[in-house]
Ligand binder design. Structure first.
Ligand code: ZN
Length: 51
């Protein structure tokens, strides 16, 4: 089973429990992306993307 390191808490989580985050910075950094675990997504990111 493949795993990914969470970009926030650095836990190694199963791929199926990750959330793929892509951010278009509109700056020299361009597009940055990575994976976070679902609990970090719900704790830190979800609120920003809800309607
Ligand atoms: Zn995490």
């Amino acid at each position: 089973m493949s795993t990914e390191p969470c970009g926030i808490c650095e836990a190694t989580v199963p791929y199926s429990d990750t959330v793929h985050v892509t951010i278009h910075t509109k700056s020299d950094a361009g597009v940055v992306d990575g994976y976070v675990c679902r609990s970090c997504y719900e704790a830190h990111l979800q609120e920003y993307f809800e309607d």
